[in-house]
Structures are given as C-alpha cells and as structure tokens.
Write a protein that binds this ligand. Structure first.
Ligand code: ACO
Length: 405
C-alpha cells in the first residue's frame, strides 16, 4: 500500500463503532449516563409534556412553536394526509402476505413520481417534502392494512391529531384515548436517535445530492433489519414463543444454553438502560392493565429481570433498548404484529428528514475508505485453461502467500 494511503487509513473500527461521522444539533445520546435529549430537552420532559406534532416542529425548526405557529403547522400537516391516486392503486397490487416494511419502502419510492418538485433539494422544497412524508406515512400504513383485509380505505379525519387519526384510519373506529396516548408517546420517543443505522444510510444517500425520497427509501431498507427496527417484532415473537409467565424461566435457561440473543436487549451506544425503555416500561405497565392483558407485560418484566441478573448481560453491560417495551406498547395499542416496524418508521420519518435537511444545508459527499485485505496480485487465467483443479491450485497458492505475509 502506498505510504500516503497508509497514513490516511487508520485501524478499521468494525461496524464503525465509536466513529464520529457527522455533526448534528438534532439529538444527543450519553450512552454511559443513559441520557437522550432532542436539541437539549431531555426525552423524559418531552414525553411528559409534549406530543408528536410539536416534537416534529421542534426537531425541524430548532425552536418550540408558539401556539399560532403550531396551529398553522398542524393545519398544513392535515391538508397533506390524503393518499395520491397512484398510491391507492399501488396498495392494491401487494399480495396480502407482503411484509409491511417491503410495502412501505416500495410505496415511498413511488411517492417521488407524484411530486413535481422531486429533484429540488432546496431548504424550502425539502421542508415541504418532509411534511408530506410525515403526513402520508400513517395513511399509507393504514391504507395497506385495510386493502389487504378487503376493507375500504378510511379517509383521514381532519379533527383528529396524528396518532388518533392513524388509529382511526387503521380500524375505522373512534380511537380509544389510552391507545392514542400510547401511540403518541411511542412516536415522541422514537422520533430521532443520533446517527443510528437508518439515519446514517439516509445521510449517505443525501451526501450524493440524491433527493429526499431516495434517502428515505434507503433508510427504510436499513430500518427493516432485526438488529435495528425489526427488533420490536422480534420481541413480540419471543413473548409469543415463551407463551406464559410460568414458562419464562425454562425458556430463558434454554435460550442462554443455545447462545441465542434476546431481542430488544443490548445497544451499540447505551451501556446502561436506554432512557426510552424506562418510559415505555411504565407506559406498557399502565396500558397492560387498561386493556386487560397485563400478563404479557409481566412476562416481559420477568425476562428482563432474569437477563439483568445473569453474568452474560451484566459483564457486557446489556440492558433493554427502546424496542423491548415498544413491543408490548404497540401490541396493547392494537397494532398488527407485522406492522410494528412500520410504526417505528412512522415516527423516525421526522428524525430522518431533520437529518436530511441538516445534511443538504452543509453537504459533502460521504465516502470513507475500506482497508483492502485481499491478495496483492493474482494471475488472470484464460477461460480455456480454467479447470476446477487449476482454480483450486491458484486459490491454494494465494491462501499460502496471504497467510505468510
Ligand atoms: N442477547 C444476548 N447477548 C447479546 C445481545 C442480546 N440481545 N446483544 C449483544 N449481546 C452480546 C453479544 O453476544 C456479544 O458477546 P461477545 O462479546 O461474547 O461476543 C456482546 O454482547 C456484544 O455484541 P455485539 O453484537 O458486538 O454488539 P453491537 O454493538 O454490535 O450490537 C445490537 C448491538 C445489534 C443492538 C445487539 O445488542 C443486538 O443484537 N441486540 C438484539 C437486537 C435488538 O434489540 N436490536 C435493536 C437495537 S435498538 C434499535 O436499533 C432501535
């Protein structure tokens, strides 16, 4: 490797652990203290006093809105809730067993073609796109669920707030205030979270000056994975597998013996309890009683207690992350299991777009390096001379020369 390249490439940080790859003023995480703030306000204060629409305004604008600004913002949001015709048509094309995240990723990509301003990356255009995306996520998710069940799409109700209107469009019924509050709190808590995998993906795409729809489509792809947003569904699958409180101990011992991971536990940044998990544990407890299914919460609690007193988790500083009690909260709110991760996306759209606005405002192509660990040279063998034996011989000599260097 040429000296100047060697000087540029430091040791590989696997998974980019600890690498600072962007500057942001949107949210801040202290993984040791278990603290999360949105633009300096602790998440617990926002959970206790605010609501999702206000948090969205705050994250995008950097200041809390006055009442007049908030009213205007909410009126603009409501005016953008109706699904475009091409999206309604597209929702009818998905097989009923399609994954919610595959549907969302595809439909958000399609949304770009009904936006005449798609390629315009100005601040003004991107703020309007961000609002359009926030307004349409609930309509798309609810519309998909209605269509796959052979039901009519429920038009948005302009009188209802973001969380209430989503539940209304999903079920066609007047939403239960306990469920509305649970969903609203969930949306507030998950709206942004530093340079997580999906937000990083979005910023990398924006760094090429591709449009906001392209960046959000990529972010949705990253969120789907079980090590990121897909874990909330994984937690529910796990609770389902356990079955009942009296099975927890046997299940936990078998899981540890099989060296399986417990979904919703562990985090790259938090080395203590995720502060969002603390709020969601309380909400899950309350909702469990309210909907008459507290046994599920007790099961989650018991698994958590077993994990937190087991050396494997103690030594590695593993504790519940946001997805752990998200699972029970979403279940209690009546969200179908296979839509759990789409609700994560419905919240995080605000954080993704806040980061995109920040990235476009001070952009530079994001293009790191990889440390090449392959052979320095290998001969090109013409196809006429390639036999299985010859290729094996070349592979063997490359393996030997690399293990000697
Ligand atoms: N259960 C059991 N052991 C675990 C768990 C878990 N959930 N998570 C991590 N560990 C152990 C690993 O086995 C590893 O042990 P080792 O050092 O003996 O090899 C050690 O802790 C470190 O694990 P890594 O995978 O290197 O940690 P990393 O920071 O790369 O991963 C992650 C973090 C992906 C969140 C991990 O903790 C995990 O897989 N958790 C379960 C999935 C989950 O809940 N994902 C949601 C994360 S939050 C979010 O994205 C919204």
């Amino acid at each position: 490797m040429p000296d100047k390249d060697a000087a540029v490439i430091a040791a590989v940080a696997k998974g980019l652990e600890g690498v600072i790859a962007a500057a942001t003023s949107i949210s801040s995480i202290d993984g040791t203290a278990g603290r999360l703030t949105y633009r300096g306000i602790p998440i617990e204060e926002l959970a206790a006093n605010s609501f999702y629409e206000e948090v969205a305004y705050f994250l995008w604008n950097g200041q809390l809105p006055t009442q007049v600004q908030l009213d205007q913002f909410m009126a603009n949001l409501v005016s953008m809730r109706t699904l475009p015709d091409n999206i309604v048509a597209a929702l009818k094309l998905f097989p009923a067993n399609s994954s919610g995240m595959d549907m969302l990723r595809t439909v958000i990509s399609l949304l770009s073609v009904s936006d005449p301003d798609e390629e315009n990356n100005s601040q003004e255009s991107n703020r309007r796109k961000a609002l359009r995306l926030m307004a349409l996520f609930p309509s798309i998710i609810a519309g998909f669920h209605r269509v796959r069940n052979g039901l009519e799409i429920v038009p948005p109700d302009p009188v209802l707030g973001h969380a209430a209107n989503f539940l209304y469009m999903l079920t066609g019924e007047k939403p239960d205030p306990v469920k509305v509050k649970g969903i609203d709190l969930y949306l507030v808590l998950l709206a942004d979270h530093g340079l997580n995998a999906s937000t990083f993906t979005a910023r990398v795409i924006a760094g090429t000056e591709a449009d906001m729809y392209a960046a959000v489509t990529g972010a949705l792809g990253a969120l789907k994975g079980p090590l990121h947003g897909g874990a909330n569904q994984g937690v529910m699958d796990m609770l389902d597998e356990v079955g009942s409180l009296d099975h927890v101990d046997a299940w936990f011992d078998a899981t540890m013996a099989g060296q399986r991971r417990i979904m919703g536990i562990g985090h790259r940044v938090y080395k203590t309890e995720d502060p969002r998990a603390r709020v969601l544990r309380r909400v899950s407890d309350e909702m469990g009683y309210a909907v008459g299914k507290h046994d599920l919460h007790e099961m989650a609690l018991r698994i958590e207690q077993r994990a937190l007193s087991h050396p494997h988790f103690v030594e590695r500083k593993l504790a519940p992350n946001v997805d752990y009690y998200s699972a029970t909260v979403l279940y209690y709110a009546g969200i179908p299991l296979d839509l759990f991760t789409t609700i994560f996306a419905m919240s995080r759209i605000v954080g993704w777009t806040a980061h995109l606005i920040e990235q476009y405002a001070d952009n530079r192509l994001i293009r790191p390096r990889a440390q090449y660990i392959g052979p320095d040279y290998q001969p090109y063998i013409p196809v006429a001379e390639r036999t299985v034996e010859k290729l094996a011989e070349v592979a063997q000599s490359l393996h030997m020369s690399m293990s000697q260097s």
